[in-house]
Design a protein around this ligand. Structure first.
Ligand code: UD2
Length: 298
């Protein structure tokens, strides 16, 4: 592991508001998990402090996004809004995986940022398209990113940035709480419930329900995650079983055992069709409204 996760050095003479041990800027939400990982909400961090720690490290961040079939229509908004809000001022490589490279829009990128296009086969089942991403991310890390990338985030394309997503999200293993279930009892989480599946989560287990649409962390951690989830997905397939929510189910199983070092609040993946709850003070990234019947291959 490179040093980024360990040294938190600020420039000399950086001035910022004093933190008070007997005050908490957020009292309406959980800001630390039972295993002492921060839960990131607007109001819990100082972006100037964080940026000043990471800027001198000259970190490079990769993001992956898949646009297969009609999902290429989401690329323009995704990429343009990422330029506005995703790690602005940092080195970012956006890796676009698509079956139609010609459909990738040319988006003007700031210095140090670029889009890289990778051709992938067209698949007929949306479940496969979604789940196969894990293998392709694993391969990308092994073949292209090792040695030149520090952090990676894997994101759904049918979404858009609305607010800052930056250094506050960096961590060893990072996951986002799903906007649809965070107020629910764990018995209602849509985990895979068949014990035969390698994504199985037993009743009475599980911390939060996490999104398949956004996760990340240090390169080697995400490599381990995607490799493990893919192996489990493949082994399930051999047994003729597909988890309830494909790779999202496997991700949830993985995060139950391998606790994330940072948990991002649903500010980091909301859904446009949901009214904003009061605890969401800043909407950062959100899934756009889509008509599944029109855009999925089946
Ligand atoms: C949820 C998850 C998604 C995934 C899926 C289960 C969120 C917000 N979304 O979304 O990450 O875990 O459940 O499989 O947590 N894609 C294509 N072409 C297609 C179909 C899918 O490129 O024809 C890609 C695209 O990048 C898309 C992603 O796969 O963003 C996920 O598919 P989805 O958005 O249709 O799945 P959804 O909305 O059920």
């Amino acid at each position: 592991i490179r040093s980024h996760e360990f040294s938190l050095v600020v420039p000399d003479h950086l001035k910022y508001n004093q933190p008070h041990l007997t005050e908490n800027s957020r009292t309406d939400v959980m800001t630390v998990t039972p295993w002492l990982a921060p839960v990131v909400w607007e109001g819990t961090f100082n972006q100037d402090v964080l940026d000043s720690i990471y800027k001198p490290k000259n970190i490079s961040i990769a993001a992956t996004v898949f646009a297969v079939g009609k999902y290429t229509m989401f690329l323009k908004n995704f990429l343009e809004s990422a330029e506005q809000h995703f790690f602005v001022g940092f080195r970012v490589h956006m890796h676009v995986f698509t079956d139609q490279p010609n459909e990738v829009p040319k988006v003007k990128m700031a210095a140090g940022r670029q889009v890289m296009v990778h051709k992938v086969p067209s698949l007929n089942r949306w479940q496969e398209i979604s789940a196969r991403r894990m293998k392709q991310i694993q391969d990308l890390i092994e073949e292209k990113l090792r040695g030149n990338t520090d952090y990676i985030f894997c994101l759904d394309v049918d979404s858009k940035f609305h607010g800052r997503w930056g250094t506050e999200s960096l961590g060893r293993l990072v996951t986002v709480v799903h906007p649809g279930y965070y107020r629910d009892d764990r018995s209602r989480f849509p985990y895979e419930r068949r014990p035969q599946s390698r994504a199985y989560v037993a009743p009475g287990e599980g911390d939060f329900y996490y999104c398949g649409g956004a996760y990340g962390g240090l390169l080697q951690e995400v490599h381990q995650l995607t490799k493990t989830c893919n192996l489990n997905f493949e082994a399930d397939a051999k047994d003729g079983i597909e988890a309830a929510w494909q790779e999202e189910s496997h991700l949830n199983r993985y995060m139950w055992i391998n606790k994330p070092s940072k948990v991002l609040s649903p500010e980091y993946l909301w859904q446009d069709f949901k009214p904003k709850n009061p605890e969401i003070r800043l909407l950062r990234f959100s899934g756009v409204i889509k008509n599944y019947a029109d855009i999925r291959p089946n």
